[in-house]
Write a protein that binds this ligand. Sequence first.
Ligand SMILES: C[S@@+](CC[C@H](N)C(=O)[O-])C[C@H]1O[C@@H](n2cnc3c(N)ncnc32)[C@H](O)[C@@H]1O
Length: 263
Amino acid sequence: MSDGIVFSDEVNHALKMAYQTPDIVAARAEVISGLVLQKGQRILDIGSGPGLLVRDIADSIGKSGSVLGVDLADNMLESASTLCADLSNVSFEKGDAMSLPCQDNSFDAVVSTQVYEYVPDLNAALVEFARVLKPGGRGVIVDTDWAFPYWNAVDFDVRDLIVDAWKAHCPQESVPLRLAGAIKASGLALNQTKVVPITNTSYDETNFSYWLSKIIGAFITGQPNINESDIKDWLKGLETLHNKGEYLFCINRYLFEISKPAC
Ligand SMILES: C[S@@+](CC[C@H](N)C(=O)[O-])C[C@H]1O[C@@H](n2cnc3c(N)ncnc32)[C@H](O)[C@@H]1O
């Protein structure tokens, strides 16, 4: 089993808030649309995190279907179980994307969003994705390219320091560049690749990048080459830009629509 990444409770809170912003609600809707879900299907969400996508999937497949969320982190599994406590067709299980606790050919659709950047062996994870998907089944993978956040700043040197430190949060920085190869090597078919940008022109609680800045601040605190004053100055600078009407953030998420060839 890989070590993965275990987020602190502070980061988990900011993640949950980020996931409820209109930016990410819209991004989840794109995922649901790519899965082309039908009533009664059995679906797997790999790295299900706080469980919001699992909830959306459960709505789409109805009570005759079922959703399994697999995640490595106990605190994520707890949050997700609480969020979905009222849904009888949802379950969660601890497991690693590189060795899924699931039988071969057991899901009509498989999804994984924002997970593979944390997984040490992308090819092994895709082989697992392919193994558990039924022949003829569909899949969606979404990952962000953290190498290129486009983010205005008052002090660009500090911004670069912060963004570089944040890159340490995931071992696979440019995973979208490697996904097409890994998907095809696993025997799956790549049907479409879409870019789903998130653009924010204001810095407040309704926007993804507001919560992302809090996540980054919490995550990089204590790193050897980062002073707490740098983090404070950077966050204050984002507010300054917002107040001047000069705030700008854009990041690209890449959505891969996949299918498993029928036997
Ligand atoms: C950024 S969160 C994304 C959560 C969710 N998929 C979403 O988009 O809302 C990353 C999740 O991947 C999980 N994770 C990281 N490495 C993993 C691994 N090797 N196997 C399973 N889950 C993993 C983390 O515990 C965390 O819940």
